[in-house]
Structure formats: C-alpha cells, structure tokens
Ligand binder design. Structure first.
Ligand code: NAD
Ligand code: TDX
Length: 339
C-alpha cells in the first residue's frame, strides 16, 4: 500500500512518517511538502535513503504538481497534515491560511476523486469547536459539539472540515477527520508554547506568557496522536469524525513553571505579556468515541512525555538553534518586541 503524507516535514507529519515506517514496513510512504518556514528537511534526514520512502517538494495548492504525483504514485491513502498551523501568525496574516488550509485541502481531494483512493484523512484540530469556560470542568468537546471558531487559523481548519464532509456526502469520497488537542514532543517548531519556552529558558531569555497564563490546553504526546491516526486510516469508519485527546488539561503558567523546574531555571524569567487577540480560554477533548470504537488510549503520561521532550531539545540543540538563528529572529521581534 502507498500512503501519501502531506506536510511530512513539519512536526506531527514527520513523527507520523517515522511511526509508519516502523509500524508498517510493508507500506510505501511518499511525503509531499512545500517546505515553508515550518517545514525542515533535516527533520527527515534519517529516512531520506529509506527504500520505502520518497520526498517530493511541492505545494498542495499546485494542482498540476499534485496530479503529477498521483499519476506517478497512485496513493491508496492520503493523510493531510499540510497546513499553516500557528494561531498568532493567522492573526497577523489570514490569507495564506485560507489558501493552504482550505484551497489546498480541496485540491488534494479533487486529485483523490480523479485518481481514486481508499481513504482521504484530514488532520484537524480541537480548535474548530471554539473554547470552553474555565469554571466548567464538566464540559468537554465531543464530535457533535458545534463548530464555533475564534481565530483565522481555526476558521480555516473548520472550513476544510466542512468541505471534507461535503466531498464525502456529495461525491462519496471515503473520508475521515480527526480532531486532536495540543501536541508536544520532538521536532515541534519553536514558535509553539513548549519548545519556545524550553529554547528561551536554555538561553536565559524572558518567558513570554500571554495574559495571566490561566488559559488551559489539553496536551497529548505526539506519538499517541500518530498511533490514533494510524488506527483511524486503517480501521476507522468513513464519513466519521474522531476526537483525539488524553484528558490532560493544564494551565499555560503551570507548564512554564514545570519547564523552569526541570531545567533548573528561575521563575523570575517568566514575563507576562499582552494577551493573544480572541484568545481561547480552554480546550478539552472527550476521546470516548475513538476509545470505544478503535480501542485507542494515550500511552504516554504527561510527566514522562514532557521529560522526554525536554531531553530531546537538550540533545538536539543544533536542530532548533539553526531555526531560531534565521528568519525566526525577525518573527520573534515582530511578535514579542512591543508586546
Ligand atoms: P507544522 O506547522 O509543524 O507543519 C506543517 C507542515 O506543512 C510543514 O512541513 C510545512 O512545510 C507544510 N506545508 C505548509 N503549507 C503547505 C502547502 N501549501 N503545501 C505543502 N506543504 C505545506 O504543523 P504541525 O503542528 O505538525 O500540524 C500538522 C497538522 O496537524 C496541521 O494540519 C494542524 O492543523 C494539525 N494539528 C496540530 C496540532 C498541534 O498541536 N501542533 C494539534 C491538532 C491538529
Ligand atoms: O509565547 C507564547 N506564550 C503563550 O502564553 C506562546 C507561543 C503561546 N502562549 C499560549 C497561547 C496558548 O494558550 O500558550 C498556549 C499554547 O499556544 P500555542 O503553542 O501557540 O498553541 P495553540 O494556540 O493552543 O494551538 C496549537 O494547538 C492546536 C497548535 O499550534 C495548533 O496547530 C493546533 O491546532
């Protein structure tokens, strides 16, 4: 079987490729990635010469390039990770989010219709459900929670989800969607909370916490997300949405404090900065459906996962130091300079 993974040079996509090559050595994996600022070929270095792996640099919005690849590879399964993924960047400049996340998903699905696939899987996010209040721990997102987005990023992801369901209903394209909570782990781009705080703490730089740091996210170790997607594409029912999360809610400030403790850095590095516009208060996933139907459960406890992640960033300084020494500096200054 050939599995086409889009966005595989990014954080979750690369972890998914490593997992697939290990768990399904009989399958061929083709990665299509535009290599935007968030895509990094060095991440895939260890598999570039793998006999069952091929990398192709292309944009999912480029219909000619996508069709050419489908003609060559005839993928059985397509897993779409390719996206603009950072909420703060979407607030600054929504256009590219609409382009890649919505138009790109449509271009991929049109190729799937044209060439035929057994599955198109859309990697979505819990952010499509909007947010939950901080004082109602009993409320969780289920697959039937209405879509109610806050940011241009989450709106573009919700737009793509609606389109996927439309392609399922109208054209009977065999689709599935997964909506996962916040991921953490190796190879996450250092613009996101956990790697940003680790990198800054290691460089004794201020740790910029938005607002009062009380916003809550539901954290899942990236490998557990990859295992869930693997189950969905092989055993999940077409036309279904599956929520993925591990009941691990934490306030941002508690994560940042924990990182300080683990690295032996003083909490005086913590700096409260201006809040994110439209900042979602709390995300919390109810994963009962994927557990009941597919038997998925998270395997990595947060206490272990965060230690492994910190260890990884300590052992792979050259990977992230190279990133933060480049264009990232301009981004950081723009985003945090006058905050
Ligand atoms: P990322 O930003 O680390 O990686 C995105 C990858 O997509 C990069 O390699 C980039 O080069 C590629 N890409 C971007 N635009 C492209 C285009 N037009 N054509 C081809 N490739 C393109 O993102 P991530 O954190 O790994 O997220 C992957 C997916 O998972 C996204 O769809 C995101 O919405 C979703 N998701 C992420 C999280 C999370 O916590 N990170 C949680 C839930 C869902
Ligand atoms: O410097 C920071 N300071 C801070 O307080 C950054 C970068 C973030 N934060 C806060 C904002 C959020 O409440 O930390 C929380 C997590 O922020 P991000 O890492 O930017 O993630 P989030 O906005 O929750 O979105 C992530 O999870 C869902 C991914 O980026 C999305 O792609 C995914 O869909």
């Amino acid at each position: 079987m050939t599995v086409l993974v889009t966005g595989g040079a990014g954080f979750i996509g690369s972890n998914f490729i490593f997992h697939q090559l290990e768990a399904h050595p009989e399958d061929r994996i083709v990665c299509l990635d535009k290599l935007t600022y968030a895509g990094n070929l060095s991440t895939l270095q260890s598999v570039m010469d793998h006999p069952s792996f091929r990398f192709v640099k292309a944009d999912i919005c480029d219909r000619e390039a996508v069709d050419r690849l489908f003609e060559e590879e005839h993928p059985d399964i397509v897993v779409n990770f390719a996206a603009e993924s950072h909420v703060d960047r979407s607030i600054e400049n929504p256009g590219i989010f609409l382009e890649t996340n919505i138009m790109g998903t449509a271009a991929l699905m049109d190729a799937c219709r044209k060439f035929g696939v057994t599955r198109f899987h859309q990697v979505s996010t819990d952010e499509v459900y909007g947010d939950l209040p901080l004082d109602r721990p009993d409320l969780l997102f289920t697959e039937t929670t209405p879509l109610h987005t806050s940011s241009p990023y989450s709106s573009s992801k919700a737009g793509a989800d609606l389109l996927v369901m439309a392609y399922y209903r109208t054209y009977h394209l065999p689709c599935t969607i997964s909506r996962c909570s916040n991921n953490y782990g190796p190879y996450q781009f250092p613009e996101k909370l956990i790697p940003l705080m680790i990198a800054n703490a290691l460089n004794d730089k201020p740790l910029p916490v938005y607002g009062e740091g009380k916003n809550v996210r539901d954290w899942l170790y990236v490998e557990d997300h990859c295992k869930a997607i693997d189950l969905i594409i092989r055993k999940g029912r077409v036309g279904e949405v599956y929520n993925i999360g591990g009941h691990n809610e934490m306030a941002n400030i508690d994560i940042v404090r924990l990182i300080c403790r683990e690295l032996g850095k003083p909490e005086s590095l913590i700096t409260y900065v201006g809040d994110r516009k439209g900042h979602d208060l709390r995300y919390a996933i109810d994963p009962a459906k994927i557990h009941g139907e597919l038997g998925w459960l998270p395997e990595t406890m947060f206490a272990d996962g965060i230690r492994k992640t910190i260890r990884w960033y300590l052992d792979h300084k050259s990977w992230w130091e190279e990133i933060i020494s480049g264009e990232y500096q301009t981004y950081y200054e723009r985003m945090y300079g006058n905050r």
